[in-house]
Ligand binder design. Structure first.
Ligand code: PQQ
Length: 249
């Protein structure tokens, strides 16, 4: 199989960063029509519930993904750095982590907690996309696995837009409901500082750099695919598959 980038000149670390950022400009999920509807207040409460319910599976799988990667990291320094992400999502026993805080959001939207955590109503498209992330991090090089987290370069922008848009447009959400997002605004830049620095330092050959760029495109695609599944099931044509959540509102 031909190696992408073989024979091409390597990019400088800053050129690599510029190409990573260009991928976000082109295909980050802030551009997806479902997010436009969500942030502009054009969804019903039931459609917002469907988004929060499905996104629970992403949130709950992020620590599985990080634990998978942690187990593959070769040095104490790297494992110590990555371990913090597990605590961010799982908590440390004294303060709640992201998964628990996401459940506060689904509670606030009126979803039954046992139903949410049972995963019974999640779309198959969500499950396939999210599991693909965990498998990617398990199967690819550590460099590609770390690079796949770099969509977080773009998440503070979408989070700010989402929180302000949803507070403005929906009477069924409050700052308390959306409190999940506040710590992410500081956690994501800190995570990115490490992961971007790692990738810029370790992706030296053009082939490694192309693999890093492909990892970020793959990650953007799996975020996009989750919203495609939501849009198809709950907006247009509005055909939830058998067994999936059916909004009552
Ligand atoms: O609200 C968002 O649009 C959004 C996007 C992303 C992302 O870009 O993957 C993450 C998050 N939120 C998030 O809350 C989060 O904890 C997170 C972890 C990761 C990751 O890849 O390790 N991405 C994201």
């Amino acid at each position: 199989m031909a190696v992408e980038g073989a024979g091409l000149q390597a990019l400088s670390p800053d050129e690599l960063e510029a190409r990573l950022r260009a991928i976000g400009e082109e295909r980050y999920h802030i551009l997806h029509p479902f997010h436009r509807l969500l942030h502009d207040g054009r969804l019903s409460k039931g459609q917002v519930q469907a988004w929060a319910l499905n996104r629970y599976y992403y949130q709950a799988s992020i620590p599985r993904k990080d634990a998978t990667l942690l187990a593959r990291l070769p040095t104490t320094a790297l494992r110590r750095e990555w371990r913090r992400r597990l605590e961010d999502h799982d908590g440390d026993g004294s303060r709640p982590g992201g998964v628990e805080r996401w459940l506060a959001l689904t509670d606030g939207l009126g979803l039954d907690r046992d139903y949410v955590t049972s995963l019974a109503g999640i779309l198959p498209g969500t499950v396939f996309a999210v599991d693909a992330y965990v498998h990617f991090v398990r199967d690819r090089t550590v460099l590609e696995a770390i690079a796949s987290s770099l969509t977080e370069m773009f998440s503070p922008g979408i989070i700010s837009e989402r929180v302000s848009g949803m507070l403005r447009h929906y009477d069924f959400v409050s700052e308390t409901t959306l409190a999940y997002f506040t710590p992410r605004l500081t956690q994501a830049p800190r995570d990115v500082e490490f992961a971007l620095g790692y990738v810029k330092e370790h992706a030296r050959t053009r082939a490694e750099q192309e693999a890093v760029l492909a990892a970020l495109r793959f990650k953007c695609d799996l975020l996009w695919a989750q919203l495609d599944a939501l849009h198809h099931a709950y907006v247009s044509p509005g055909l939830p598959p058998p067994g999936a959540f059916r909004p009552s509102a």
